[in-house]
Design a protein around this ligand. Structure first.
Ligand SMILES: Cc1cc2nc3c(=O)[nH]c(=O)nc-3n(C[C@H](O)[C@H](O)[C@H](O)COP(=O)(O)O)c2cc1C
Length: 175
């Protein structure tokens, strides 16, 4: 594990749009101890407060292998990495764990997270451990902007998952 420090959600500092849209996160779900988990790169999501809890939301299409792990297990992690690992995130975001041991094709090493079952990773600069508190499917009938439907030529509308933030470990720049 890197020299990451424990961060209170109240003092968590980040550039959310940059992190999701430019740096990307790795979303992991499953159980590290049982070696039953999967991960994929994500670029969409949010972070804030809901039901008085600090939360992260992620959106997962049902066609993703990771979707099955999100449904099977109660928690997930979001990890961010230094720029040197961007090519690994690109690989994990364009290949499926359904077809291969895709992590083995990268420099990333899964390690036990601090509190929950989904993995953290050696070399991560940020790990957010989340316990699921809500999920729902996006309904096209609720789209308020006509450009949204263009993201779904296969009609594989995302399921959104809200996770309460249970634990944050990060580089000093995140606090
Ligand atoms: C930059 C980037 C962002 C992505 N964001 C998402 C996302 O937010 N939600 C999603 O369902 N797929 C997203 N994907 C696609 C998945 O990461 C990709 O389909 C992956 O291969 C799924 O792996 P899996 O089948 O092992 O779960 C993204 C891919 C990339 C490269």
């Amino acid at each position: 594990m890197n020299n990451l420090i424990q961060i209170d959600p109240k003092s968590f500092v980040l550039k959310p749009h940059y992190l999701f849209n430019n740096q990307w996160f790795l979303l992991s779900a499953g159980n590290f101890n049982k070696n039953d988990f999967n991960c994929m790169t994500i670029g969409w999501g949010s972070i804030g407060t809901m039901w008085n809890k600090p939360y992260v939301s992620v959106v997962v299409r049902p066609t993703r292998h990771t979707f099955h792990f999100m449904e099977k297990y109660p928690d997930f992690t979001l990890t961010a990495f230094p720029e040197a690992f961007k090519k690994d995130l690109a690989y994990l975001g364009s290949h499926s764990g359904r077809d291969e041991d895709k992590l083995a094709k990268t420099q990333l090493t899964p390690i036990k997270a601090q509190q929950l079952t989904a993995p953290n990773y050696a070399h991560a600069e940020l790990c957010i451990e989340c316990r699921q508190i809500y999920s729902a499917d996006f309904l096209p009938s609720n789209f308020k902007s006509p450009d949204l439907e263009a993201h779904y030529p296969k009609k594989d509308y995302h399921r959104v998952y809200y996770g309460e933030i249970i634990c944050i470990q990060g580089d000093i720049k995140y606090c």
